[in-house]
Design a protein around this ligand. Structure first.
Ligand SMILES: [Zn+2]
Length: 473
């Protein structure tokens, strides 16, 4: 399929320029004013064309619990999340569809799904997500969420020595499962990529990390993990390793130029140097960090140190949305309160660069994606500058990033294939999806976690909080 987008606004060195953009098959083949039309002509007048953004960290199946978990920190939040999991395979499929649609309609063309697996149905879980992403046509990076230690090991012990139950699946079995996942599902040419993605230092052994490192080298696939999301995890790392989690991951060789690290809230200056040295990428998830009270990730320091940073929505139960433009907005302006020197603040154009090129770089595909460049793949988003939320006419990128754009995405192409037209996803029936999400859920305001009351006293003690219990209301 070939097409030409005519008279479209694109960002230029200074300001904007109006050009035509030719796409042949899956690639951008020319960008210049007044090109001859090849294939279908698309009217780009009063529209802005940008490279697609990357939703660089989420957990699609959390969609079933969005808006539901009370305001508690991660260590308690996750206990409740797991109390009401697992789901079934059909739910996995539907929430992956929902995540894809919301990502596309907020400027994303790729999604990194750190996918929670249904125990005993791991391959079916992944197959369901793959099916959803291929039906919608979004570019997918699926990191099956693996661990080899039980949930209670994720909290610092403090003074007391604690015994944790063994995790239900061994390290070896988990690594074997990942080999199988890669051989069955890793198909970059078809828009589906598998990542190795141990959940984090809080629930994974060195053996699991090391197995994943070898696998990522053997198959040339990217690495992903959560890193130092909470203060409790920083404390846990000291107990577990006697050094910082970042230093430890560097020692075992997990950090690299194709490693993306979600959160990175509690890092020291020397940890930041390690990220720069290893060329690791930070995935900033500002909304979940605020929602769970995890803290403010020192993004301006990362940028000063030359660390690549991109954005993620994080799972919809800790956000509680999948609006990528919202994550980019908050993830940019949040840091103005952390540094009086406004020369360091993130500009709207820098935010666009971080969300597109920054994401592609972290996923080791910056040669193919992340900018409007001849020769790159056509993962493109066309914004309607006549949308009420982008008027009156001022600076298009300023309006898009600092404003609150609604219904601004007009068209989306992934790999040269149009999957959103006139603001609507064309590949699946979104009304059916709405109906399924509605039918398979119910208004739920009364539920209570069984696990939070069991672990809350310990959490409060190790975090130095006064005694007391959570009153659900
Ligand atoms: Zn996460």
């Amino acid at each position: 399929m070939s097409f030409t987008i005519q008279n479209v606004l694109i960002p230029a060195q200074h300001g904007y320029e109006t050009v035509d953009v030719q796409i042949e098959d899956e690639n951008i083949t020319a960008i210049a004013p007044e090109l001859k039309v090849i294939g279908m002509a698309i009217n780009g007048q009063n529209k802005l064309l940008l490279p697609g953004f990357i939703n660089a960290h989420t957990h699609s199946s959390e969609m079933w619990q969005r808006g539901l978990i009370p305001p508690v920190p991660l260590e308690l939040w996750i206990a409740e999340l797991y109390d009401f999991a697992p789901l079934n395979v059909e739910q996995i499929y539907l929430s992956a569809l929902g995540t894809a649609v919301e990502t596309l309609l907020s400027g994303g063309t790729s999604v990194v799904d750190h996918l929670v697996l249904i125990p005993g149905q791991e391959l079916d879980t992944i197959a369901a997500a793959v099916r959803a992403y291929q039906e919608v046509g979004i570019r997918a990076f699926i990191g099956p969420l693996i661990q080899d230690q039980s949930l209670t090991s994720g909290m610092p012990t403090g003074e007391a020595k604690q015994n944790h139950p063994a995790y239900f699946r061994s390290t070896e079995a988990t690594l074997e499962l990942m080999e199988e996942v890669i051989s069955q599902f890793h198909r970059p040419d078809e828009g589906v990529n598998i990542l190795v993605a141990p959940t984090g230092i809080q629930l994974c052994s060195d053996a699991l990390f090391e197995g994943c490192i070898k696998m990522s080298d053997r198959h040339n696939i990217c690495r992903h993990t959560h890193l130092l999301e909470t203060k409790a995890q920083k404390q846990l790392a000291t107990e577990k390793y006697g050094c910082s989690a970042v230093k430890h991951l560097q020692n075992i060789g997990y950090l690299s130029d194709r490693t993306t690290l979600a959160h990175c809230v509690w890092l020291s200056d020397s940890d930041i140097d390690i990220l720069a040295e290893t060329q690791s990428t930070v995935v900033h998830n500002p909304l979940s960090n605020l929602r769970l009270g995890s803290g403010i990730s020192p993004i301006l320091k990362y940028r000063e140190a030359g660390v690549n940073v991109t954005f993620g929505c994080d799972g919809a139960a800790s956000n509680d949305s999948q609006d990528l433009l919202e994550a980019i907005k908050i993830g940019s302006i949040l840091h103005n309160i952390t540094d009086l020197d406004y020369h360091h603040w993130i500009t709207p154009r820098q935010a666009v660069q971080m969300a597109s090129f920054g994401g592609a770089k972290g996923l080791n595909i910056a040669e193919q994606l992340g900018s409007l460049t001849v020769g790159k793949k056509a993962d493109l988003v066309l914004y309607d500058l006549t949308s009420l939320s982008l008027l009156p006419r001022t600076d298009p990128i300023g309006l898009l990033i600092l404003g609150r754009p609604t219904q601004a995405v007009h068209s989306v192409w992934v790999n040269g294939k149009q999957i959103v037209a006139d603001g609507k996803v064309t590949t699946i029936n979104v009304d059916n999806l709405r109906q399924e999400l509605f039918n398979r859920s119910q208004w739920d305001t009364q539920r209570q976690s069984q696990t939070i009351p069991q672990i809350e006293a310990h959490y409060r003690a190790v975090m130095g909080l006064p005694e007391g219990v959570l009153g659900y209301s």
